[in-house]
Write a protein that binds this ligand. Structure first.
Ligand SMILES: [Zn+2]
Ligand SMILES: [Zn+2]
Length: 555
C-alpha cells in the first residue's frame, strides 16, 4: 500500500520548553521537499551554562537540505518560536512567512540588534492559505498570550496535519478573536491525519481562566492601590498591556512604559492596531512629576532579569523610577522554571523598600497562554486525528498529553524526541530514521556547538579554578629556573594557613626529583607527571580539583 510519503521531524522543542523548530517533508529520499515551522530559542540558565545567553537548534541537517526547503512559516512572535531566526536564517535563506503582527515584531527585534542582517518576511493575512511546494498551509486563529497566534493546517497529498502551535481556549480574550473552533471542527470533518500539539499545561486539570478574568483582578488592584503602582508582565503580552492600560484609565492614572522590550512591543502593537482606543503612554521622564495616585509604571523584568527595569527599581538604581513604602507592585506573570532565584531577589529588594508585592500566588493576576487538559480534550474532539504527537513540552508534559490522547481514543499516539524522523503516511506513525539534531549556544558574538568542550571547560573553571605552571628545562633534563606558578580562582591558603602556591611548588619539585632521569628529558612526561601531582596535592587540602596547565619549555 504505497502512496506519497509524509514525514515529520522535530529539531527542537520536544523534551524541553523552548527552541521550537519542526520540519515536515513530502516525497522520498533526495526528492523530499521540506516545510519548516518556527525557529526559536531557549534561554540558558547562568548556573548551568556560564556565559551563554541563548540556546539555538542545530540546523546542520537543514543546511544540507537547503535546496529542498519550500518555506519557513512562523506560528507566532514569541522568542521560543522565532528567536533563532536572526542568527540562523542567513544559513538557510528560505522564504519566510508570517502574519502582520509577528512580521512587525520580528522586524523591530531585528532592528534592535546591531549588525543584524536584512531578512525579508512575506506578510500573510490572518486566515490565509498558502501553497508552498507540495504543502497547502492554512493559518487558523488561536488564542494565546501574544496577538496573532496561529495553528497551521498543513494539507498534503498524503494527508493533513494540524500543527497547533501555542494555543488555549479563551472565549473572551482581550485581543484578537477566540480560538477558531468552527474552522477546527470543519477541518476535523475534512479529515485530519495527525495532530502535533502543545503539551505545556498537559499536567493541569480543567480549563485556564480567561484574560478577561485577569483584567478584572488587575483593575481592582489598581483601583485600591493607595499610592504608586508598578505592573510587570511579559513584554510581548499585548492583551495584558491593554488590560493594565484600561485599569489605569478607569482611575485616572497615566501609564508610563519602562524598559526597551516593552516600548518596542507597544510601538508595534500601535502600528498594527492592537492598541486602538488605548490612551497614549507617557515617557519615563514624566514619572517623577506625576502624583503617586496618578501614575502606573508598566515595567519589563517579570523574570528577574538583572538589567531589566524592575530589577533596577528593586535595587533603587533606576534613574527615573523609584518606589517607596506603601507602593504596590504586581507581577502579572508566572516565573519560568529556572528564574526563581532571580525573581526572588527582585521581590526581596522591593519588600525591603516597604513595597507591597502581589504575584499570581496571591491573586488571579496571570493566566497561562497554553491549554489545560479539558482544552486539550476539546481540541482532540474537534479535530479527531488518527495520529497525535505531543510537542512543546518537557518529558512529563509529553507523557501526560500522550496518556490523555490515548484515553480520548486517538488510535495512534507517538512520543518522539528531537531528531527523530517520523513517518506519518503511508502506514501510520513510526520513527523510521534519525536526522542530525542538537543545540548551538550563543556565546558572545559567536555560535558554538553545544558538544564543543568550551562551556564544559568554563563550568569546570568556575567550580575549581585553574593552576598554570611554566617550567624551563635544560636539554639534559634539569630545571633551568624556578617554576612559574599562577593560581586563578583557588583559595590563597589551606586550612593550616599554608599558601597554596607553596603547596603547588613543592609538588612540582618533588615530582621532578622522583622522576626517573630518562623521563626528565621528555617534556611531555614531565608535564603530565607535574600536572597530576599538583592537582592531587591541591585536592588533598581543598577537596576540589582545579584545572592544571603545565607548559614545559626546553632551553
Ligand atoms: Zn507562545
Ligand atoms: Zn511556545
Amino acid at each position: 500500500m504505497a502512496g506519497p510519503e509524509l514525514v515529520f521531524a522535530p529539531l527542537g522543542g520536544i523534551g524541553e520548553i523552548g527552541m521550537n523548530l519542526s520540519i515536515y517533508g513530502v516525497g522520498v529520499g533526495a526528492r523530499r521537499q521540506w516545510l519548516i515551522v518556527d525557529c526559536g530559542v531557549a534561554f540558558a540558565s547562568e548556573d548551568h551554562l556560564p556565559g551563554i545567553d541563548l540556546i539555538l537548534p542545530d540546523i546542520r541537517y537543514l543546511i544540507a537540505e537547503r535546496h529542498n526547503i519550500v518555506g519557513l512559516v512562523l506560528t507566532h512572535g514569541h522568542e521560543d518560536h522565532m528567536g533563532a531566526l536572526i542568527d540562523l536564517w542567513p544559513r538557510l535563506k528560505a522564504p519566510l512567512y508570517a502574519t502582520p503582527f509577528t512580521a512587525a515584531l520580528f522586524e523591530a527585534r531585528r532592528l534592535s540588534e546591531p549588525g543584524a542582517p536584512e531578512i525579508p518576511v512575506n506578510i500573510v493575512p490572518l486566515g490565509a492559505r498558502l501553497t508552498l511546494g507540495p504543502f497547502d498551509v492554512e493559518f487558523i486563529n488561536v488564542a494565546h498570550s501574544i496577538p496573532e497566534s496561529n495553528a497551521l493546517a498543513i494539507r498534503t497529498a498524503a494527508g493533513t496535519v494540524l500543527h497547533t502551535g501555542d494555543w488555549k481556549i479563551d472565549p473572551t480574550p482581550l485581543i484578537g478573536a477566540p480560538t477558531d473552533q468552527a474552522r477546527l471542527v470543519a477541518l476535523g470533518a475534512e479529515g485530519v491525519l495527525a495532530l502535533i500539539g502543545d503539551s505545556t499545561n498537559a499536567v493541569r486539570d480543567g480549563r485556564s481562566p480567561s484574560e478577561s478574568d485577569v483584567a478584572r483582578t488587575l483593575a481592582e488592584l489598581v483601583r485600591t492601590a493607595p499610592a504608586r503602582v508598578a505592573v510587570t508582565t511579559f513584554a510581548s503580552h499585548v492583551g495584558r498591556i491593554r488590560a493594565v492600560a484600561d485599569a489605569a484609565r478607569a482611575v485616572g492614572r497615566e501609564v508610563v512604559v519602562v524598559g526597551r522590550a516593552m516600548e518596542r512591543v507597544a510601538q508595534v502593537a500601535r502600528e498594527t492596531g492592537y492598541l486602538d482606543g488605548v490612551q497614549d503612554f507617557r515617557g519615563v521622564e514624566t514619572y517623577g512629576y506625576l502624583p503617586p495616585d496618578k501614575v502606573l509604571a508598566l515595567c519589563t523584568g517579570s523574570q528577574g532579569e538583572p538589567r531589566a527595569a524592575l530589577a533596577r527599581i528593586a535595587e533603587d538604581e533606576h534613574p527615573e523610577i523609584t518606589l517607596a513604602r506603601g507602593d504596590r507592585v504586581i507581577f502579572s506573570s508566572r516565573t519560568i522554571p529556572g528564574n526563581e532565584k532571580a525573581v526572588a531577589r527582585v521581590i526581596n529588594g522591593l519588600v525591603a523598600q516597604g513595597v507591597e508585592v502581589i504575584t499570581d500566588r496571591d491573586q488571579l493576576v496571570h493566566v497561562s497562554g497554553h491549554p489545560r487538559r479539558a482544552e486539550l480534550l476539546d481540541m482532540i474532539g474537534w479535530v479527531r486525528p488518527k495520529i497525535l504527537i505531543p510537542a512543546h513540552g518537557e518529558a512529563l508534559h509529553l507523557a501526560e498529553h500522550a496518556r490523555l490522547a490515548r484515553q480520548a481514543g486517538v488510535p495512534n499516539v507517538l512520543v518522539c524526541r528531537n531528531g527523530d524522523l517520523v513517518r506519518l503516511a503511508p502506514l501510520g506513525a513510526e520513527i523510521i530514521d534519525e536526522v542530525p539534531a542538537g543545540r548551538l549556544y550563543r556565546d558572545g558574538a559567536l555560535l558554538v556547538n553545544a558538544e564543543a568542550p568550551t562551556v564544559a571547560a568554563r563550568r569546570r573553571l568556575g567550580f575549581g579554578g585553574m593552576v598554570s605552571i611554566a617550567l624551563a628545562l635544560s636539554e639534559k633534563g634539569a630545571l633551568a629556573a624556578d617554576p612559574e606558578i599562577e593560581l586563578i580562582g583557588i583559595p590563597e591558603t589551606d586550612a593550616a594557613g599554608r599558601p597554596m602556591a607553596d603547596v603547588a611548588r613543592d609538588a612540582v619539585e618533588e615530582t621532578f626529583e622522583t622522576l626517573p632521569k630518562p623521563r626528565r628529558a621528555d617534556p611531555d612526561s614531565v608535564a603530565e607527571a607535574v600536572r597530576r601531582a599538583v592537582r592531587s596535592a591541591i585536592a588533598q587540602r581543598w577537596n576540589k580539583k582545579p584545572i592544571c596547565h603545565v607548559h614545559v619549555l626546553v632551553v
